[in-house]
Ligand binder design. Structure first.
Ligand code: ASP
Length: 365
């Protein structure tokens, strides 16, 4: 109920909100490329770990929900990568919305956002503000639904364990450990490659100064709620100029979710393993693509990452019912992935500051 309108409105509003990207010039292009590359690296780490550890194998589900249908569908509709890219363009956007075809919805939302920027200001502002309002309303709706989550999680988890046996708990534990290990590896990659090599700053010093931000991200599970503290820390403790922090960090809190993307990669592979659905290389590349887009569309508030996971699962025909398996451990993993999301933004602002300084030195200004 919430996924399609949430993705559409939030992506449209945040892309159209970048209206002044031209003013920011080269920084805008650089940061978007940087965010996309680091996100893709995060998912690749997640998927690789899940393939090596295989947390979902050996579950032997007792009740396989329409597994024959699913496998048949996978074989039938497993299009090539070229076809996937061509299929991203909807012939009818309303049909794409009605059928929940996420890649097409994302493609249309971004294109419409670019187009709206060329419309007369008085019309443009109404549309962008209206979409922002609807996007906020969808987030409120998710929050209302989430109020029932503890009871739902209890019932689902009890049902799963009663049906599948206690063994499923050890699989879940391994799954959670794979996510945690992946997050730790990705944070290390960011600290070494981005911060040390690109930003020329010491990782130890970063951890000391950014500790407060990380604790805040962990306890709120929200990149958005942490944003004011992230901005203050970037400016005061890391000397990031205001024009960089006020552009890079809000954008990061909206579209850069390395931790979420990594977790979505692990979760997709885990659920596929539980349902014994083989994933081809093309499927895994599709997961990288959709999880990158899903994490861009994920709002920086608690629990949205798992809602967006449905989009990754449907793109490779993994049954979304599998989410019931992992919902029980999601809150804790959400807290941890938010740390990586926010740290990724903060590190990006430091790296961009260094690039800006080099640019100015090169200009002789
Ligand atoms: N809680 C995450 C964040 O705000 C998003 C998610 O993965 O649910 O960054």
């Amino acid at each position: 109920m919430t996924v399609v309108p949430l993705v559409f409105f939030s992506l449209f509003a945040s892309t159209a909100g970048l209206g002044d990207v031209k003013k920011i010039g080269i920084l805008g292009g650089r940061i978007i490329v940087y965010y996309i590359i680091t996100t893709a690296i995060a998912i690749t780490i997640g998927i690789s770990l899940a393939n090596i550890v295989k947390p979902g194998t050996g579950v032997h589900l007792k009740e396989l929900p329409k597994i024959g249908d699913i496998l048949g569908k996978v074989r039938e509709t497993n299009p090539s990568i070229v076809k996937t890219i061509v299929n991203m363009v909807p012939t009818n956007p309303v049909k794409a919305l009605a059928e929940g075809n996420m890649l097409q919805i994302i493609f249309f939302a971004i294109l419409l956002a670019i187009a709206i920027l060329a419309v007369k200001k008085e019309y443009r502002d109404i549309v962008i503000k209206g979409s922002q309002g609807l996007s906020d309303a969808m987030i409120n709706l998710v929050n209302i639904v989430m109020k029932t989550a503890p009871y739902g999680v209890f019932a689902l988890a009890a049902g799963v364990v009663a049906k599948q046996g206690i063994k499923i708990i050890s699989n879940l534990l391994v799954y959670a450990l794979v996510v945690i290990a992946g997050l730790a590896i990705h944070l290390t990659v960011l600290l070494v490659f981005s911060l040390l090599l690109l930003g020329r700053k010491s990782p130890g010093n970063f951890l000391k100064k950014a500790w407060g931000v990380m604790v805040f991200a962990f306890s709120t599970s929200s990149s958005n709620a942490t944003l004011p503290l992230t901005m203050e820390t970037a400016e005061e403790k890391f000397g990031v100029p205001k024009y960089v922090s006020s552009f890079v960090l809000p954008l990061g809190a909206t579209i850069n979710m390395d931790g979420t993307a990594l977790y979505q990669g692990v979760a997709a592979v885990f659920i596929a393993q539980v349902f014994s659905i083989p994933l081809t290389l093309a499927d895994q590349l599709k997961i990288v693509l959709t999880a990158t887009l899903a994490s861009i569309g994920t709002a920086g508030v608690p629990g949205v990452g798992i809602v967006m996971l449905t989009m990754v699962l449907t793109s490779v025909h993994i049954p979304v019912e599998g989410i019931a398996l992992i919902l029980g451990v999601d809150r804790f993993l959400d807290m941890l992935r938010t740390i990586v999301n926010v740290s990724g933004d903060l590190i990006a602002s430091i790296v961009m500051t260094r690039f800006e300084k080099d640019k100015k030195a090169g200009d002789g200004t």
